[in-house]
Design a protein around this ligand. Structure first.
Ligand SMILES: Nc1ncnc2c1ncn2[C@@H]1O[C@H](COP(=O)(O)OP(=O)(O)OP(=O)(O)O)[C@@H](O)[C@H]1O
Ligand SMILES: [Mg+2]
Length: 422
């Protein structure tokens, strides 16, 4: 599927493909975008997916989409494949994607009781401030568990999926996240950590390393192997990485808290706070002292952890909270609509900060968001996305919800896993 056009002018200083460079989709782009940034703010250089090919992914046997850097609007009936497409985009960043599904679950099944036809694969071109990147990713059917994800960057195998964070930064809002403030802290931590990737791509690898060390320590304790020096080595890794993870989170929460305190148009002012053993300790101690103390605490907790089967202390237990400034209410006590608006405030503040600091806005995947906003808020959201120059991917069942984006977004209809330009 080929969408219309794009931003050759904006890539001209960034990418060798700007003047053609062998990429037919970019070569055919016209010179200017039609939106004008609000309040004189210039859009950042875009981060954008310009080509996406899906193979055996969910309901798609195969599909190809070519777009430019403007917002992408996907409309179609329930079950058409809109969220599946957003999930595919979310897998261009590290992690399990916006549904947190198992990799095998994403293999296409021709029917509910049929076996999958093969391992899924995605191929994409991402335009980044550093130039275009070719990304390939998919399930490694040959791996022992069947749950290993392969990643290739510009044709070369990447050591781990964390390498994707160096190139692509994706954040999302889905209907499931309506419960983000009501449920356990792990989903909020994941939400925050994804925001941190945008500021520090190394955060993804650090988290993966921390979790790996934590799993190995838990296994040693469970097996009662009693290899004290190996346990100490793992606890050193957990302490180093955990402290760096907590420091990264603190930094981003501070930045976001300041940015969200302003509010964005009709989206509410929000205050954010972070709590956790390491985050709290970093408020008044140097990182090295926090690291040493955490290592000592882990060593001291071996017996308790062995008995309970859980790692009782660490960066995996932190939480972050959000408060609605105007009402003074914690987000959990706000209405569903207010909670959604708070999340939008945070994502927009994050995108603004990213534009200013990294020179590129993240990809924003907004699943069913328009349907939950009134007309004024929809209009304000679209105006902000256009002003930011962000490539947002928006879904909805009805095109009428996207009125403010007419002529400025790329509209596709999705029906039975077939994508067509509108
Ligand atoms: N592994 C799979 N193989 C084949 N089909 C799948 C697989 N996983 C999900 N599906 C199907 O994909 C279809 C489209 O799902 P998707 O969530 O993308 O729809 P949607 O367009 O977002 O709909 P809604 O408007 O209801 O949110 C569903 O009918 C679902 O059964
Ligand atoms: Mg959907």
């Amino acid at each position: 599927m080929t969408g219309s056009t794009g931003l050759a002018a904006r890539f001209s200083t960034l990418s060798p493909l700007a003047s053609g460079g062998g990429n037919p989709h970019i070569a055919s782009m016209p010179q200017e975008r039609s939106d004008t940034p609000a309040e004189g703010r210039l859009p950042a250089a875009p981060l954008a997916v310009t080509r996406l090919v899906l193979t055996n992914f969910r309901s798609y046997a195969s599909a190809r989409l070519t777009v430019d850097c403007r917002p992408v609007v996907l409309t179609g009936p329930n079950g058409a494949g809109k969220t599946n497409l957003l999930e595919a985009v979310s897998l261009l960043a590290p992690g399990r994607g916006l549904r947190r599904a198992k990799l095998t679950e994403m293999d296409r099944r021709p029917s509910a009781d049929a076996d999958p036809v093969g391992a899924w694969a995605l191929s994409a071109t991402a335009e980044t401030p550093a130039g275009p990147v070719q990304i390939g990713t998919g399930r490694d059917a040959g791996s022992e568990s069947g749950e290993r994800r392969l990643v290739r960057l510009d044709g070369a195998p990447a050591k781990s999926q964390a390498a994707l964070a160096e190139h692509v930064n994706v954040v999302w809002l889905t209907p499931q996240m309506d419960r983000l403030f009501l449920e356990g802290s792990s989903a909020r931590r994941r939400f925050l950590d994804r925001l941190v990737y945008g500021f520090d791509p190394g955060h993804a690898a650090r988290l993966a390393g921390y979790e790996q060390a934590m799993r190995e320590r838990a296994k040693l304790l469970r097996d009662g192997a009693g290899d004290a020096s190996w346990l100490t080595a793992l606890e050193i890794q957990m302490a180093e990485r955990g402290t760096a993870i907590a420091a990264g989170r603190r930094h981003v929460v501070e930045l976001l808290d300041r940015a969200c305190a302003e509010g964005i148009g009709p989206f509410p002012q929000a205050r954010m706070a972070l709590t956790g053993l390491l985050e709290d300790a970093l408020a008044d101690q140097p990182a090295l002292a926090v690291e040493d103390e955490f290592r000592a605490k882990l060593a001291g907790a071996r017996r308790v952890d062995a008995e309970s089967g859980v790692t009782t202390l660490g960066a995996h237990r932190s939480d972050f909270s959000v408060r609605h400034v105007k009402s003074g209410m914690p987000a959990a006590h706000c209405s569903t609509g207010e909670q959604k608006a708070l999340l939008i405030s945070i994502l927009l503040a994050h995108a603004r900060l990213q534009a200013g600091m990294r020179g590129a806005t993240p990809l924003l995947l907004l699943d069913e968001v328009a349907a939950h906003l009134d007309a004024a808020r929809r209009k304000a959201l679209f105006a902000e996305l256009l002003a930011l120059g962000a490539q947002a991917w928006l879904t909805g069942t009805d095109e009428i919800l996207f009125e403010g984006l007419e002529g400025q977004g790329q509209f596709f209809g999705v029906v039975d896993a077939t994508i067509s330009p509108r």
